[in-house]
Ligand binder design. Structure first.
Ligand SMILES: Cc1ncc(COP(=O)(O)O)c(C=O)c1O
Length: 369
């Protein structure tokens, strides 16, 4: 394949290029914890915590998308934790978004602050101007979940580097198909692959990607010692999702933009956040660093009752937490304590035909007083 063959084509044909006659074209699930090991260990597989061919195949596929070395994990939180545990030491300072995924701050508060790590927070919108003096690690989440704020990733990376800090980008809401944080200077790209990457709401998984051999070794060693291994069945589900990522995400991005445009003009809606909208405050920076704007739209209705009423009135919405699955879903984020208005709805576009979804959303909004 030529150098300019797209990553997704290379991912799709990655396995078939190495096959011998008679081998399975589909990825086999190596359901084993042990491997045949007579005599001395020689670097081949020997125990599931150290390596499994199904897991390694998926890591190679994601590595094509990230253009980096990849370590897979049994959840996005395990992936984020692996970077914290392999990089942070007592006395270090970590800067994280105050408006990003809340369990990241909970993890730092519960496990790292008691060990002498200092957590500083900053809104995503201000991250590129944040004071990074003395930081060991800067985490960004752009677009942020659930408010969809965007920061200039290249500028954050440049300023972090000048301050001597590493940058970890949580790229869950965009995926490597829409945004490449490593190309923009981040040291780590981490994702909850539970979302769009696996894409069918049937598995928890995550990964860390990095182009730095020492950082990669730190993350992989932590996984082996802590035992945070993704199982071969879950790795297979992630592989299966990856094969359709581009077509699913294309439809989800189209649906998200169409829904954002439809709700923007509706009288029941007080505010809309979607970096793909031309008048969104983050549109210009998002356009520079993203090739698609992702499946999440958030919007604010007048009250908790209106948000709950909208979600239950819309026949094409599952009332569920999470995003990136094939069925559209929505939830009121204040129920988790996010710093958002009571009527704030996080809407996650699925792959329904766009016309059906926009009609269902508009009709459900029409029912609100
Ligand atoms: C942006 C972001 N990062 C990380 C996570 C954690 O991922 P997981 O649920 O796979 O552990 C989530 C989960 O919602 C998320 O939204």
């Amino acid at each position: 394949m030529t150098d300019n063959t797209s990553a997704i084509s290379r991912l799709l044909h990655h396995r078939s290029r190495g096959l011998s006659k008679g081998e399975a074209v589909s990825l086999p699930i190596h359901a084993t914890s042990v491997f045949h090991l007579p005599g001395e260990p020689d670097g081949s597989h020997f125990y599931g915590r150290n390596g499994n061919p199904t897991v390694e195949a998926v890591e190679a596929e994601i590595g094509i998308l990230e253009d980096a070395d990849v370590v897979c994990f049994p959840s996005g939180m395990a992936a984020i934790a692996s970077v914290f545990y392999s990089v942070l030491r007592p006395g270090d300072t970590v800067l994280v978004p105050s408006d990003g995924y809340y369990n990241v701050r909970n993890l730092l508060a519960a496990q790292f602050e008691p060990m002498g790590v200092t957590m500083r927070t900053c809104p995503t919108a201000d991250m590129a101007e944040a004071d990074m003096t003395g930081c060991r690690l800067v985490l960004i989440e752009s677009p942020s979940n659930p408010g969809l704020a965007v920061c200039d990733i290249a500028k954050v990376a440049q300023r972090a580097k000048a301050a001597g800090a590493l940058v970890m980008a949580d790229n869950t809401t965009a995926t490597p198909l829409c945004q490449q944080p490593l190309d923009l200077g981040a040291d780590f790209s981490v994702l909850s692959d539970t979302k769009a990457m696996a894409g069918h709401s049937d598995v928890l998984c995550g990964h860390v990607a990095t182009r730095d051999a020492t950082l990669f070794d730190g993350v992989k060693t932590w996984r082996r010692l802590a035992g945070a291994i993704i199982g071969p069945f879950d790795a297979y589900l992630l592989h299966r999702g990856l094969e359709t990522l581009e077509v699913r995400l294309g439809r989800m991005n189209t649906n998200a933009l169409a829904v954002a445009e439809a709700v923007q003009g509706h009288k029941a809606v007080l505010a809309v956040n979607y970096p793909g909208l031309g008048d969104d405050p983050f549109h210009q920076v998002a356009r520079r660093q993203m090739s698609g704007f992702g499946p999440i739209v958030s919007f604010t209705l007048a009250s908790q009752a209106n948000a709950d009423g909208f979600i239950s009135a819309c026949p094409l919405l599952s009332p569920a937490t999470s995003f990136g699955g094939v069925h559209s879903s929505a939830e009121r984020r204040a129920r988790w304590g996010d710093a958002v208005p009571e009527g704030f709805v996080r809407f996650a576009a699925g792959i329904e035909p766009t016309r059906d979804l926009v009609a269902a959303v508009t009709q459900a909004l029409d029912t609100l007083s």
